[in-house]
Design a protein around this ligand. Sequence first.
Ligand SMILES: C[S@@+](CC[C@H](N)C(=O)[O-])C[C@H]1O[C@@H](n2cnc3c(N)ncnc32)[C@H](O)[C@@H]1O
Ligand code: SF4
Ligand code: SF4
Length: 336
Amino acid sequence: MFKSYRCEKLNKTLHFLPDKIKFCCSCAEGPGVVITDFSNIDKEEIIKEKKRIQKLLKRGIIPSVCKGCVDYKEIPLKERVLNLFSPQKDDFLVKHIIVDHFKQCDCKCIYCSQEHIYQTKKQQYEVLPLVKQLYASKMIDSYGLKAEFQGGSISLLKEFDALMEEFYNHGCIDFVVLMNAIKYMPILEKIGCNEKSHIGISLDCGCRETFQKIKGLDLFDETIENIKKLRANSNVHIELKYIIIQGINDNIEELEKFLFVARNIGGIEPISLEIDYRNTILSQFEFKIPAHYYEMFDFAEQFCKKHNILFCKTPHTSNLLKNGIYKPIDCSDKSQ
Ligand SMILES: C[S@@+](CC[C@H](N)C(=O)[O-])C[C@H]1O[C@@H](n2cnc3c(N)ncnc32)[C@H](O)[C@@H]1O
Ligand code: SF4
Ligand code: SF4
């Protein structure tokens, strides 16, 4: 029997990128539905194209725009049989917006993946008018929406406060904001505490010297003060991340300093460790996870347990640790 696929991201995700708007995922190679006219969003055309792609996937055909992507999933046989008797209607309301069209940044992280991908790109358009249009044409699931900010630095995104107000005013309560915390931003205090929302900050170190080496700026103390202030003035979950960078912070001493900083701020949830993407998903080479990386993960986990702090690893990182090695994926055999 032929296989049948579906892509959830195509139905619900909208990703604003510097040079295009993708009605699908953030990181796949295939673009799904793409528009490059930043002045207008044609609802009918977009839904028509989404339907066309889902129809092909359902018939087991991988559309050329999705080749190389890992996000379409096989529909289990049981579900396919059930669907024959009571077909499920596709829901095309946008439930996840990723604001990632801006790459300007006030930081110079040595590991920055943005720099690799969009080195020369300047912000070409504003997202706010488009979001207003999407709300007006009822393309957004207002209360079910997750609004996520990636990009460069939100403190250099002129429309940031107005965008947040737009989302707040339409009842959005789920936010993911990834930031460097170099500048304090009072608008973030309004993000409430719920399971899905969080502000993610890659601190990556526990002292001024290492901060300077990693971020290229002498702003460790100021950053910590900003995190403390945000903790004191808001209820939002604040995640602190430590990206393990070979030869810079890949040692227990630095990690321990970082963990104490997090513990002393208090109310950090969760703490997470990540392996530098330049060794993994941004690399074309195999990477054997060094033994001392395992020790660092164990150390952080034990520390968090002892101090009653939530510790987490992404599924991607857990997999890497389980396999012991990163191998670049050859996507060519998944498409048909
Ligand atoms: C690309 S950033 C964009 C948001 C924001 N500029 C920031 O730095 O948080 C999105 C996430 O990817 C992480 N990131 C960027 N480059 C990375 C790398 N080489 N290895 C691991 N994580 C990385 C950042 O720490 C951040 O949490
Ligand atoms: S399978 Fe296609 S539509 Fe879905 S996320 Fe990947 S590229 Fe986008
Ligand atoms: S804060 Fe984010 S965008 Fe800016 S340099 Fe660091 S990783 Fe890159």
